[in-house]
Design a protein around this ligand. Structure first.
Ligand SMILES: Cc1cc2nc3c(=O)[nH]c(=O)nc-3n(C[C@H](O)[C@H](O)[C@H](O)COP(=O)(O)OP(=O)(O)OC[C@H]3O[C@@H](n4cnc5c(N)ncnc54)[C@H](O)[C@@H]3O)c2cc1C
Length: 406
């Protein structure tokens, strides 16, 4: 008997349906308003927290689902609801994954709950890697972490940019360089606890899409954090730095930021699929009801084939995301950069599908009376953040060739 299956199982389907209800009944009706307000939709996050959709327990349960598809299913459903609000709800998980990927059990137990707060007092968290001069080139980070041995404290100085929830977060996870001479291998991740002096929000960005998600600079001015805020601990860092100084590659060349990105790429791909599916559904309905030349526009092969291609690409993207997530759950290494493949294809699919949807809606697609205009704007970030499409291609090209492609 074959054990191969793409059936997520009754439990996952029940979670999907539950999230779909929240996405349809709570997120969709609020989407246009928060897009216009360009603010974090705190009441919607609160509602999600009360239902258990914004909680550490919920994401941990999905994260540890043995099939691996718990997180992609959740992401797709929430982002089908709305991407801006969706990112406000799940932005915290990027910081949580950084702690999971790099922290000790004790650190995970201490910081992960504080990132979410409680349903009566919700909090968000931020993951701060990108800097003005270090976007795709993560090895160029300038934010410095210097150890003050006498006080067992780390002192952080630098400016982070593009941080989702930056400045409004309770807990910030900051990637900083401990030894700049070692490039990416000289970096480590630090937790900055709530209320730590010296951390301030800089500019808040006005964006093209995902406008209900807060994106800002984070300025670190002599921020002092206790020694135990170094994720993974000092002993492990010292060993890693010593190996790097001797020129020995460790952990497959992964650094703190890359460990976070690798784990999160299929999940980000699933978000893009949610947007694409939402736009496709609107376009399919519209094409069946919009009459021109005496018949529904879908009666024209030109339109029907467009919809056929949209659906095919969405399903292909989901299969890539599910494969990568299934591999990750089984600790199978991404030997052909399968995580990057899934994010690359899903991100490009979302941009393409939402553009097609706009075309199928004609003039209506170009207005804010219909949601595809917003979905099209929201999709654009999916070839940019968590590694641009070019960087995903670079990672895939290096993995399949074994060559240092530039
Ligand atoms: C809304 C939003 C939210 C974000 N959230 C976060 C967050 O929470 N935390 C965080 O740390 N960061 C976050 N980011 C940052 C995001 O990950 C970066 O914007 C992204 O990595 C690209 O970096 P950059 O903007 O500096 O572009 P650059 O690196 O300057 O790239 C510019 C262009 O050059 C191309 N390019 C660069 N190098 C190469 C190369 N070697 N080969 C081919 N092409 C190349 C890129 O693909 C891109 O097209 C966010 C960004 C945005 C816009």
């Amino acid at each position: 008997m074959s054990t191969f299956s793409l059936d997520p199982g009754a439990d996952q389907l029940a979670v999907r349906d539950w999230l779909h209800g929240f996405a349809a009944d709570v997120m969709r009706p609020a989407a246009a308003e928060w897009d216009e307000r360009e603010e974090t939709p705190w009441p919607v996050i609160q509602e999600a927290a009360k239902l258990g959709i914004y909680s550490l327990d919920f994401y941990a349960q999905q994260y540890f689902d043995p099939s691996g598809v718990g997180i992609p299913i959740a992401m797709e459903e929430l982002f089908w609801g709305d991407a801006g609000i969706g990112l406000s709800i799940v932005g915290t998980t990027l910081a949580a994954v950084a702690v999971l990927a790099n922290g000790t059990d004790e650190q995970i137990g201490t910081w992960a709950p504080q990132m979410f707060g409680t349903p009566d007092d919700i909090k968000v968290a931020a993951f701060c890697s990108s800097e003005p001069d270090a976007g795709s080139d993560v090895s160029a980070l300038r934010t410095r972490a210097v150890y003050d041995e006498a006080k067992d404290e780390w002192v952080l100085n630098g400016t982070k940019t593009w941080a989702t929830n930056g400045g409004i977060a309770a807990v910030h996870v900051v990637v900083a360089t401990v030894d700049p001479a070692l490039g990416a291998r000289g970096q480590a991740s630090f937790v900055v606890p709530p209320g730590t002096p010296g951390l301030a929000q800089g500019q808040k960005f006005k964006k093209h899409g995902i406008r209900a998600s807060h994106t800002a600079e984070v300025v670190l001015d002599s921020v002092r954090v206790p020694g135990h805020c170094l994720l993974g601990g000092k002993e492990k860092l010292d060993e890693r730095l010593a190996r790097a100084r001797e020129g020995v590659r460790s952990g497959g060349g992964r650094n703190a930021a890359m460990a976070t990105f690798e784990a999160s790429r299929p999940a980000v791909g699933a978000q893009a699929i949610g947007i694409a599916r939402a736009a496709y559904e609107v376009a399919l309905d519209y094409a069946k009801t919009r009459v021109q030349f005496g018949r529904p526009i879908i009666d024209n092969q030109g339109v029907a084939f467009q919809l056929a291609d949209m659906k095919t690409r969405i399903d292909a993207a989901r299969l890539l995301v599910w494969r990568a997530s299934w591999m990750a759950a089984g600790n199978q290494p991404f030997t052909a950069a399968e995580g990057s493949m899934s994010k690359l294809y899903a991100g490009e699919t979302a941009k393409w599908v939402t553009a097609q949807a706009m075309q199928i809606l004609g003039g209506n697609g170009f207005t804010r009376e219909y949601p595809v205009e917003r979905m099209h704007r929201d999709s654009a970030i999916y070839s940019i953040f968590e590694g641009t499409s070019e960087i995903q291609r670079l990672v895939i090209a290096r993995a399949i060739s074994g060559m240092p492609i530039r």
